[in-house]
Design a protein around this ligand. Structure first.
Ligand code: FAD
Ligand code: 2HG
Ligand code: ZN
Length: 463
């Protein structure tokens, strides 16, 4: 097999040195650790197709891997699969400044795409804190959300076309950037969010959004999450160019301050903070100020109208994932809760978790504007051993399941989604059937069987 792979991509792009392979077999959280005989780095779509064909011939399973910032254990080889790294599928080409579109190789980072968009006088509508490592291919594969979904939608909403190699070895390619294109099935839409289970995305065609004019960022202190939900509804009506509305709770704000040594902007730390950003033209600062003035729940406000101060305001929200990671390996539950139930969910979930794991520390934050909450759970005594296989049980596994039952069971009961933006991966595989109907899952299995008939692409992910 290694000989076959070397003949396709060249000796130097089949990595087998254990020290090099090691960084590809553990995920960002450290909670999922696997093993792999090799990391293969194809340099073109044709090479990806040959790698997939060779693996299909020998029934060798592949895990596509981009920046390895995924948070559901989907991008690491938990059962000895070969890793297909997209690092050499780079390059940003065909930037069309009139149409507001560009084509990017799957291995380009999100930050590089953002820079290329800005260079052409536009902006890429998706942003998230892992922007410097996450690849554009990975964000398409996971249908990443992030901070600006409120205004611009998820990755799927930016996607005009993809080039990809299906599990059959067939290449699909539609990169012409046609905004209206109803000629057959929307394969780009299907591959987006398929988490590497149907095909390897090699290039993407993206729609850009207008570059922002004057920008105002604000950190708002409130007494309750219910006040925060009402404030966001109010701001969405009063400030139509609101791009972000993010939730921070006092425990999380204090943890960020402790772990990063950065003094909180709002001090004393209020029970609840909402970070918002709105862009011009016209300059939204006055409209935002008037709207905040008119809302009775607002306790405290900090405002930034320049980039450096904006970064300082965003810190308390953006540093959550890093700060929590310093406590040990977290259990992560990325969920959507319908707006009318969101405040009660935030209030009650910590007690539901502590009922099954009395030592648990619970951290809740997220994208309030679209109802996406990140429930993180850490344990002072440590998380137990990492997951080294897709269905590992044992002491840590049992505790994990009880906490998952508490959080995700409540999400399903509330009519929410057990995966908002990170995907199902390996972490939530057993939850797919509890959230989606039998018909939905049968449809997904039929698609998987058609596009990856031998089940060689990410066999432990999603289904
Ligand atoms: P990887 O982690 O390498 O892979 C993720 C999944 O996609 C795996 O299943 C993998 O097999 C598959 N895959 C990767 N590349 C391809 C490809 N080219 N073709 C087919 N399948 C592929 N996510 C959000 O949605 N919103 C956030 O706000 C957000 N913030 C984050 C902040 C931090 C600090 C971190 C660490 C992560 C965050 N994430 C967020 C999660 C993560 O960044 C996203 O899921 C991102 O899309 C993953 O990109 P990646 O290149 O790292 O993919
Ligand atoms: C975010 O919104 C990311 O910051 C990561 O989606 C969430 O760490 C998490 O749980
Ligand atoms: Zn998020």
């Amino acid at each position: 097999m290694l000989r076959a792979l070397r003949s396709v991509v060249g000796e130097e792009h089949v990595l087998v040195d254990p020290d090099v392979v090691a960084s590809h077999v553990v995920d960002w959280t450290g909670g999922f650790v696997g093993s792999s005989p090799a990391v293969v780095r194809p340099g073109s779509t044709d090479e990806v197709a040959e790698v997939v064909a060779a693996c299909r011939r020998d029934r060798i399973a592949l895990v596509p891997q981009g920046g390895n910032t995924g948070l559901v254990g989907g991008g690491v080889p938990l059962a000895g699969e070969v890793v297909l790294s997209t690092s050499r599928l780079a390059g940003i080409t065909e930037v069309d400044a009139d149409a507001g579109q560009l084509t990017a190789g799957a291995g380009e980072t999100l930050a590089a795409v953002q820079r290329a968009a800005a260079g052409a006088g536009w902006r890429y509508g998706v942003d998230l804190a892992a922007r410097d490592s996450a690849t554009i291919g990975g964000t398409v594969a996971t249908n990443a959300g992030g901070l600006r979904v409120l205004r611009h939608g998820t990755t799927r909403h930016q996607l005009l076309g993809v080039e990809a190699v299906l599990g059959t070895g067939d290449v699909v390619s539609r990169l012409g950037g046609l905004v209206k294109d109803n000629t057959g099935y929307d394969l780009a839409g299907l591959l987006c969010g398929s988490e590497g289970t149907l095909g390897v995305v090699t290039r993407v065609r993206l729609a850009l959004v207008p570059a922002p004019g004057p920008t105002v960022t604000s950190l708002i202190g409130l007494a309750t999450v219910a006040d925060a939900v009402s404030l966001v509804g109010h701001l969405r009506r009063a400030v139509p160019t609101l791009e972000a509305a993010e939730l921070v709770l006092a425990d999380g704000a204090r943890l960020v301050a402790e772990q990063t040594g950065v003094v909180p902007v709002l001090d004393p730390v209020p029970p609840v903070q909402v970070a918002v950003e709105a862009v011009g033209p016209p300059d939204p600062t006055d409209a935002l100020a008037a709207a905040l003035e008119a809302h009775p729940g607002v306790l405290d406000v900090a405002v930034a109208t320049d980039a450096a101060r904006a970064v300082a305001l965003w810190h308390v929200r953006e540093a959550h994932t890093e700060a929590i990671a310093r406590l040990g390996v977290p259990r992560k539950y990325d969920v959507t809760v319908p707006s009318p139930r969101l405040a009660r969910f935030v209030e009650q979930v910590p007690d539901l978790i502590r009922a099954v794991d009395p030592d648990a520390q619970v951290w809740i934050f997220g994208h309030l504007g679209d109802g996406n909450l990140h429930v993180n759970v850490t344990t002072p005594s440590g998380p137990g051993p990492p997951r080294t296989g897709p269905l590992r049980t044992g002491r840590a596994g049992v505790a994990r399941d009880a906490v998952a039952d508490a959080v995700l069971g409540r999400v399903v009961a509330d009519g929410g989604s057990v995966s908002a933006e990170h995907g199902i991966g390996t972490a939530k595989r057993s939850w797919l059937v509890r959230d989606r109907s039998a018909g939905d899952v049968a449809g997904m299995r039929a698609i998987k069987a058609a596009l990856d008939p031998d089940g060689i692409l990410n066999p432990n992910v999603l289904l």
